[in-house]
Design a protein around this ligand. Sequence first.
Ligand code: FPP
Length: 240
Amino acid sequence: MPLSDSDEMPRHVAIIMDGNGRWAQMRGRPRLVGHHAGARRVKDIVRACPDLGVKYLTIFAFSTENWKRTQTEVAGLMSLFKRYIRRESQTLYEEGVRVRFIGDRVRLEPNLVDLMDNLELLTAGNDRVHLTIAINYGGRDEVARATRRLAQDVAAGRLAPADVTDETLPKYLDTCFLPDPDLVIRTSGEARISNFLLWQSAYAEYEFIDTLWPDFTEEEFATVLGRFATRERRFGAVPV
Ligand code: FPP
């Protein structure tokens, strides 16, 4: 069976939305203005997915390391997430988007968690596009939390140590409902993965692009996906 996926658009795209702060600073505005502009891009990129054949979109909104930012920025981002959910829930529902969140909810404000839970519930029957939003997410933290749950199952006799494999472990990850990403995009010129989907991206293609997230258009998204379609993916095998 040929392993090449060439001529195919990626089914699952994950995006590290970087560059909001610089975008605002370049305009002499506070960093939060950049995050608000970034949220508008999220709306447009989600809306572009069905026509581009993207079934799963996973976006990195807040990392486990982002708590180190100033209290003003962290509070502003949390308010922005709440505002986005309040304002967009109905549209997301009507447009057939199924929204789910990954990351550790324990440290998040209860009213944000309620909004997240309600949006997941509201859109649970949708299947046109699967939008996964990572909030208080870190790949290492996710693997540690998964391992903790797995160890509890082993200790309770529900799972034998011999059954801990690279097929069982992902069932404990936050992303257990998602296929692995085919393509990971990072905007703003930084070539790092910053603790995003560490396990899941083992065979992903990467695109590091210079555009700052608030300037990332649907047209550029389509161009990046087009480049992916011409690549040959081997998954460790030799070309056939
Ligand atoms: C990184 O840019 C961006 C973030 C830490 C936040 C991402 C959040 C959004 C795009 C807001 C909207 C999200 C949703 C789900 C509504 P940066 O601040 O690190 O930029 P810099 O590297 O230029 O400082």
